[in-house]
Design a protein around this ligand. Structure first.
Ligand code: SF4
Ligand code: SF4
Length: 182
């Protein structure tokens, strides 16, 4: 049964002689490379990592799990970010706060485990929009280079902001959100 109209009929026609030797396409590719090489730096080449390319204001990079003004974790493990995530990159385990943990977590429920798989994430920002507690935001930070797949699963140790190194996300908040965050 045909579900959509997106399928295309693939042409199986024989390649011509010129297509089979690939030379015209190779020369076209080399011409583009030469064009860029001859343009020189002209402010377009950055010696990364010494010089970082300026990022746009709307850049969406590595997430942060925010704390409130008293240093308590905002996330209540409601799971809405995970539901909203189109890449199914977020997983978490909820736990109940004890009396002694009142200064650590803002509400009675918190995420004892919160993980984002950076290999799955497409940095769309849906988690940020879905969060009712203003707990998760994307920032202008980059995901580190890793040498194995497991290291791209970021847990709370990498996601929760440090108490003495707070990350300013006000540039990402709408005026309405700034007013409603308590
Ligand atoms: S930015 Fe998008 S893909 Fe990445 S964790 Fe959030 S919702 Fe999922
Ligand atoms: S980050 Fe926000 S949406 Fe996700 S579980 Fe925590 S409180 Fe809920």
């Amino acid at each position: 049964m045909k579900l959509t109209n997106r399928s295309k009929v693939v042409s199986n026609k024989e390649m011509t002689f010129m297509e089979r030797i690939y030379l015209p396409e190779i020369f076209k590719g080399m011409a583009i490379t030469m064009k860029h090489a001859l343009q020189g730096s002209k402010g377009k080449v950055y010696s990364y990592p010494e010089v970082e390319k300026p990022r746009a204001k709307v850049w969406r990079g590595l997430h942060v799990l925010k704390r409130d003004e008293e240093g308590r974790e905002r996330c209540t493990a409601c799971g809405l970010c995970a539901v909203a995530c189109p890449a199914e990159a977020i997983t978490m385990t909820a736990a109940e706060r004890t009396k002694e943990e009142k200064d650590l977590y803002r509400e009675e429920k918190y995420a004892s485990v919160y993980e984002i798989n950076m290999l799955r994430c497409i940095f769309c920002g849906m988690c940020e929009e879905a969060c009712p507690k203003s707990a998760v935001y994307l920032t202008d930070r980059l995901v580190d280079v890793e040498t194995n797949r497991g290291s791209f699963v970021y847990g709370k140790d990498k996601l929760v902001e440090k108490i003495n190194e707070r990350i300013d996300i006000t540039a990402r908040q709408s005026e309405l959100q700034k007013k409603s965050v308590k």
